[in-house]
Unconditional design. Structure first.
Length: 123
């Protein structure tokens, strides 16, 4: 029994080096499984493709210079006419990285890593 009388859930078998024996879970929204996070993820789900395309467009427009998450948020704020926080951009950037459309090198600018469009092979 736990501290508040709730039954503790099993955390699974511990494998080598103390990690649980299971395959890594692919990151998907929401990162935190709270009721508010789940509700927020459902609310934005219909707009994810459009938001992702907006972020990709800004990275494309930046060209060889690339763009940081802070710069992407500022450009989106200007484009949409409302304040967009850097944390709102991070999920879209991560999904673009997962899809191998952008890459993040070791170069830093204004405290953030620079993101660039990945050059795709031509067919």
């Amino acid at each position: 029994m736990g501290r508040w009388g709730k039954r503790r859930q099993s955390r699974g078998q511990q494998g080598l080096l103390g990690f649980a024996d299971r395959a890594p879970v692919k990151r998907s929204p929401p990162a935190v499984r709270s009721s508010t996070s789940i509700a927020a993820a459902r609310r934005v789900a219909p707009d994810l493709a459009r938001r992702e395309a907006e972020v990709l467009e800004i990275i494309c427009e930046a060209g060889e210079r690339g763009a940081t998450r802070k710069e992407i948020a500022a450009a989106l704020s200007e484009k949409l006419g409302r304040r967009i926080e850097q944390c709102s951009v991070t999920g879209r950037v991560d999904s673009l990285k997962d899809k191998n459309l952008v890459w993040e090198g070791s170069e830093r600018r204004d405290g953030g890593k620079v993101l660039r469009l990945r050059k795709l092979p031509r067919e």
